[in-house]
Design a protein around this ligand. Sequence first.
Ligand code: HXC
Ligand code: NAP
Length: 265
Amino acid sequence: MSVFREDVLEGKVAFVTGGGSGICKGITKALMAHGAKAVITSRKQERLDAAAKELAEATESECLGVACDVRQPETVEAALDRALERFGGVDVVVNGAAGNFLAPAAQLSYNAFRTVLEIDSIGTYTVCRAAFDKHLKANGGTILNISATLHYGATPLQTHAAAAKAAVDAVTRSLAVEWGRLGIRVNGIAPGPIDGTEGISRLAPGKARDAMIAAIPIGRMGEIEEIANVALFLCTDAASLIHGETIVADGGHWLGGPAMQLLGG
Ligand code: HXC
Ligand code: NAP
């Protein structure tokens, strides 16, 4: 049972990159369960079609899957056009598309580093900019950029992703300053380790999972629904003064770090 009124997003339309899987599928589900219609995007149409069907059945709202690659602006623009044609607006933009893997900096190819920045950082800017031109500039709305805490300290084997998410946070702050007067609220969410996701299967495989949990002060990973609740909150008027902020939802993970491991988890 949700703590939010079930029609709190009635009449809103969400455009969610990476919405066919993991955390952003969970965010889409929460937005739809509270009245929003949704367009989910990623590169794989088949996965999007299956997710859109599942989300519509679970929430009794409408969901359209449109394939696009955030590294190709023309495909992003076409996906936004489809969203506008189908639903007449885009009020909430969630940037969740991301790529990541564990790799020491000394073994990253130039292209590997660039690929992650192109998906996470440039992709986030591209989607924000295209949505701004096509709808937000004239109508206002809310942008949520999905970040991480990797760059708050330093994260070995994650030079590429840490740099990419640092840039995402910079985009969040700068757009908040430039676009706030147009009625566009721009915020981010920095999840900690979230159970059952592609991210965790890549970054904390096997025994690394236990070490990661040992470093989280609340003694467990987060759940997708917990990030979805933060997203929902940021989309409602309850968050009307929150602007240019990236909210950390990580059970204290980035504060704890190695010192927590000494406590034995
Ligand atoms: C080193 C790697 C690599 C690896 C790929 N590359 N995987 N290098 N270690 N494990 C290199 C390739 O060799 C290539 O460089 C370059 O990266 C691009 O790889 P491609 O496979 O050609 O790219 P592409 O098909 O576009 O795929 C992008 C991808 C892929 C990021 C590499 O993994 C992907 O599509 N991921 C999407 C899903 C995902 O990653 N989800 C997790 C998000 S979790 P060369 O030089 O050979 O051409 C997340 C968590 C954050 O972000 C924080 C958690 C706490
Ligand atoms: P995920 O399911 O793999 O989500 C990433 C999504 O991005 C996928 O749906 C993928 O779909 C899409 N994508 C990748 N490249 C794309 C491209 N070029 N264009 C369009 N879409 C693309 O992983 P997740 O773990 O749930 O992560 C979701 C978000 O949370 C990411 O921003 C991630 O950085 C962030 N995050 C996750 C964790 C965690 O613990 N999992 C922690 C901190 C932050 P396709 O492959 O079909 O394109």
